[in-house]
Ligand binder design. Structure first.
Ligand SMILES: *[C@@H]1O[C@H](CO)[C@@H](O)[C@H](O)[C@H]1NC(C)=O
Ligand SMILES: *[C@@H]1O[C@H](CO)[C@@H](O)[C@H](O)[C@H]1NC(C)=O
Length: 317
């Protein structure tokens, strides 16, 4: 049960957050680069976490300004992959994207050993299945109704596992297991995410979602209750936005547009932002000198977080 819960927890992290409106609960958004608001007039926490990753940003906050600048200079060298002395947009974009993946990767790593029972640094479908469902599928667990529920969850997991397992060997590497747990981050997982949504909503299994099924997924009328406004709004949305070809149903392409919105690339925006703010000679690429001149925007240190640290120290005393 603990394992099942931790899996649900991981998925919840990847999805939006808690208390989302009913019509949003199906939407798989890619995680933003930071939980902080991006408002540079109130501090650079967003930029720090985007540029360094959440964990690393915390480490930098403990450094003196000198140490912080030293480490930043080394990072600049790593970002400049072609070693031409400039960081351009694609180099910075790649770097930021990779930090973000690492945060997700850290989540996966935290739970890895729960599944990798034989510690071969791979998770086979059998291992995953035994760990997650073993008890529920065994003889001793004889609640028939629940057994059916677990069987259908198992079938769904198996399909998702196969989609994530790109080389089809039945064994997930860390990268493949990451796609299994965070499908919204991977293009090749789109179809399976759409299929899972379809399975849930398309009650009569005709391969498309009617208005009734769409609303039924988010709202069950109570006796004597008049239909809430938000349900009427959702009905309108169905016709106006979701049903693009206006045939009265959502096919899988329309479901995909709804649950996997091709949205802003946060890493792309952040790379543009950092270059824009740093590029004093306006040549669209930045040098180590330009980065270091704006070091407090890229990374933190005890100095940039001085006020915050002061209160923390006070509390600890
Ligand atoms: C940016 O640098 C990379 C090499 O790291 C290079 O492949 C790419 O073409 C450059 N982009 C531009 C717009 O100059
Ligand atoms: C999974 O459980 C079955 C039945 O208990 C067992 O035969 C099998 O060896 C287990 N597989 C793994 C990989 O743990």
């Amino acid at each position: 049960m603990v394992l099942l819960r931790s899996l649900v927890f991981l998925c919840a992290l990847a999805a939006v957050v808690f208390a989302v409106p009913a019509q949003e609960k199906r939407v798989h958004r890619q995680a933003d680069l930071s939980d902080h608001a991006h408002d540079d007039s109130h501090g650079y926490q967003y930029d720090h976490e985007a540029f360094l990753g959440k964990e690393e940003a915390k480490t930098f906050d403990q450094l003196t300004p000198e140490e912080s600048k030293d480490r930043l200079a080394k990072i600049v060298d790593r970002i400049d992959t072609d070693k031409d002395g400039y960081i351009n947009h694609s180099e910075l974009h790649y770097w930021i994207k990779h930090r973000q993946r690492r945060y997700i990767q850290d989540n996966v790593n935290k739970h890895w050993k729960d599944y990798d029972k034989n510690q071969d640094d791979k998770i086979s479908w059998e291992e995953y299945k035994n760990t997650t469902y073993g008890y529920y599928l065994g003889e001793e667990f004889d609640d028939v109704e629940d057994k059916d529920t677990y069987k259908s969850m198992l079938a769904r997991d198996e399909r998702r596992f196969k989609a994530a397992d790109r080389d089809g060997d039945g064994i997930a590497t860390r990268e493949e297991f990451t796609a299994f747990l965070h499908p919204e981050e991977f293009d090749h997982m789109r179809d399976v995410v759409v299929q899972e949504t379809m399975d849930d909503i398309d009650k009569n299994k005709d391969g498309k979602v009617s208005l009734e099924e769409y609303i039924g997924d988010m709202y069950t009328p109570e006796e004597m209750e008049s239909e809430p406004d938000w349900v009427q709004t959702e009905k309108k949305h169905f016709g106006e936005f979701r049903d693009v070809n206006k045939d009265g149903f959502l096919d899988s392409a329309e479901v995909a547009q709804w649950v996997l919105p091709g949205e802003v690339d946060h890493a792309d925006n952040e790379a543009k932002h950092l270059i824009h703010e740093t590029d004093t000679d306006k040549d669209e690429k930045i040098t180590k000198k330009e980065v270091l001149a704006n070091w407090n925007m890229f990374v933190g240190s005890q100095a940039t977080n001085y006020g915050e640290d002061l209160t923390k120290r006070h509390d600890e005393l």
